[in-house]
Design a protein around this ligand. Structure first.
Ligand code: ATP
Ligand code: LTN
Length: 327
């Protein structure tokens, strides 16, 4: 059976970008796949974060996982920090990634430029080693992520080739799956930038009130033109709203453009806002119920027990291959 694995890191409030690029697609893999979704809480420590914020974000994401339709009977849901094998494999694999390639990672460059003037922690630099460990621990076949994470999976693939060339066929080669539409939702206030939870300008948050969402979309940055066409370079704001609409309605961008032919920008934005609200209002209601009930806790613990067992054989194989004595 195809094994699928993905994660979200609890660095901030989940955005519409996380939802369209990742979360919304997760449940589709549950049927007929062997799926693991975790919360990358160790990765969240790679940027400065308050302990209480990290805890709140983690609870939120766990609740949103369940609210979005992930079923603990079909998916293994857990926290990265609850399965020590992630950190153990990371300690081994970090020796097979190199400073040059790590310093070329777009995410590292983005984050370190945001930390301008402040010291840059080792964790953000070594981020791809832990992510490679996450993926390789479970012999993962497919990794569904947004476009921004594809580079990290590519680096994991390079590592597999290199490691296996030296030690034999130990690590399984994963593939990235990036959804064609919605892989990169942009900021509403600056559509040249990714909508990002740790740089929350122009974000729509999954927890925003519906009237706030409507206001944000109605005031999204567009251009001085009048035509609704898809052109990422010349009309990035309109292109972004078209992407959001097409993703949520499960239609192609071309069909969205046809649908809005002859619309004014204001009417267009109003329909995009309706589409977002139709999707987020019921999601938010389920999320609140789950968060209040606390039911996510038992789910994460059970998931972690299952994941620990699944991770054991590969970790043992790697230890053996590199020459660590297994007791
Ligand atoms: P951060 O701001 O802390 O970097 P993020 O919002 O980029 O966080 P991640 O936790 O890094 O979110 O990503 C979770 C998933 O959401 C990943 O699969 C990522 O590719 C996807 N994702 C994040 N932002 C977007 C976006 N703007 N458009 C589409 N997918 C996105
Ligand atoms: N880096 C990812 C989160 C993440 C992940 C993973 C995704 C951590 N480990 C393993 C897929 C597979 C991100 O979304 N920023």
């Amino acid at each position: 059976m195809t094994r699928i694995l993905s994660a979200i890191k609890p660095t901030g409030q989940l955005t519409l970008g996380n939802y369209i690029g990742a979360l919304r697609n997760f449940k589709n893999y549950q049927e007929g796949g062997d799926v693991l979704y975790f919360i990358a809480d160790l990765h969240a420590l790679t940027l400065p974060i308050e302990p209480e914020t990290l805890r709140l974000n983690t609870r939120d994401i766990a609740s949103f996982y369940l609210a979005s339709g992930l079923d603990p009977k079909k998916s293994t849901l857990f926290l990265q920090s609850m399965v020590p094998a992630h950190a153990e494999l990371n300690a081994i694999l970090q020796n097979y990634l190199y400073m040059g390639e790590l310093s070329r990672m777009t995410q590292f460059k983005d984050y370190s430029s945001r930390l301008k003037g402040k010291a840059i922690g080792l964790g953000i630099f070594a981020y791809p080693a832990l992510m490679a460990a996450d993926i390789l621990l479970y012999d993962t076949d497919l990794v569904p992520v947004g476009e921004d994470q594809a580079q990290h999976v590519e680096l994991t693939r390079d590592l597999v080739h290199q490691f296996n060339a030296r030690y034999g066929e130990i690590l399984h080669l994963p593939k990235t799956v990036v959804n064609k539409t919605g892989a990169r939702i942009m900021s509403l206030s600056d559509p040249s930038k990714k909508m990002s939870k740790s740089d929350p300008k122009g974000d729509i948050f999954l927890k925003d009130d519906m009237d706030v969402i409507r206001k944000k979309i109605m005031s999204a940055k567009t251009d001085s033109g009048t035509e609704i066409i898809y052109n990422r370079e010349e009309k990035p704001g309109i292109a972004n709203l078209l992407t959001i609409y097409a993703s949520l309605k499960n239609i192609s961008i071309d069909d969205a453009v046809t649908h809005f032919k002859g619309y004014r920008y204001g009417e267009f934005k109003k329909e995009v806002a309706d589409a977002v609200i139709d999707e987020l209002e019921p999601l938010q209601k389920r999320y609140k119920e789950i968060l209040e009930s606390g039911e996510y806790l038992a789910v994460l613990q059970e998931g972690a027990e299952r994941a620990k067992k699944m991770a054991e054989p590969l970790l043992a194989k790697v230890k053996e291959a590199v020459g660590l004595l297994n007791a």
